[in-house]
Design a protein around this ligand. Sequence first.
Ligand code: SF4
Length: 66
Amino acid sequence: MIDMRIVVDRGRCTGLGICESMAEDVFEVQGNGSLRVLIEDISPARREEIQAAVDSCPTEALKLVD
Ligand code: SF4
């Protein structure tokens, strides 16, 4: 399996940080409320964990793509 990439729809993200609470080393909400993705390429070993964080976003701002 190959790495997946995290894509953020910035128009949808409201900066609440639920994704950050599920994967703190990958997602970081900045002081101004914008989301910073610290690791964009997700290895197969972390796929399930990061998919869960992506799915937890209430505004559907996150996607994992091939
Ligand atoms: S959970 Fe969604 S809305 Fe909240 S910071 Fe993460 S991407 Fe943005």
